[in-house]
Design a protein. Structure first.
Length: 74
């Protein structure tokens, strides 16, 4: 379960070479709980705010679920 003030990593995108491995702290939720506002804790752009679909964060209750999407080229 993704919680307020929790620290999470982003899921990886299959086929993407440089997946983000930074930590993000959840600082807010959208009203419908589909999106989260996060503060990046480390890496490039540390301290910046970002918004993600909640499904983009790795849920500690499902640690094996680490992929969100795939790069498809034509």
């Amino acid at each position: 379960m993704i919680e307020l003030n929790g620290i999470y990593k982003l899921k990886h995108i299959k086929g993407l070479v440089n997946n983000d491995t930074s930590d993000y702290k959840v600082v807010g939720f959208s009203e419908d709980k589909k999106f989260v506002g996060c503060k990046k804790l480390n890496g490039e752009d540390a301290g910046e705010g970002f918004v993600f679909c909640i499904e983009c964060l790795i849920d500690p209750e499902k640690p094996e679920d680490i992929y969100y999407g795939e790069i498809v080229s034509e």
